[in-house]
Design a protein around this ligand. Sequence first.
Ligand SMILES: [Zn+2]
Length: 112
Amino acid sequence: MAHPHPKSRRVELPGEWPGTITMTPDGRLRIYLGRGHGAANSAGWTWLGRFLAWASTGVRLPTEIHVHHMDNDHLNIREENRMHLHRSEHSRLHAATRTRNEKGQFAVEEAE
Ligand SMILES: [Zn+2]
């Protein structure tokens, strides 16, 4: 199976899922759906929050729309904790609270 992050580890979540869920080193969850799945990228993966949006609406979120976890806990996947934001608003939101790494650089947040 294609694996997007070598250091990701598999996690088990309660409930039925259509594919393997992994956590990236920075604590975000992805799901492997397989190539050709309506919610997946060309490698067959998507962020779990994006999968959940697709599962509830049947429509894939546009790439410029991000899923923000309001309590900043990516394991808290309840609908009331997930907010859909334009990527520019999402960047603004995190700019105020982003943390620096051990080199003093701002931690990079990948698009979700
Ligand atoms: Zn966010």
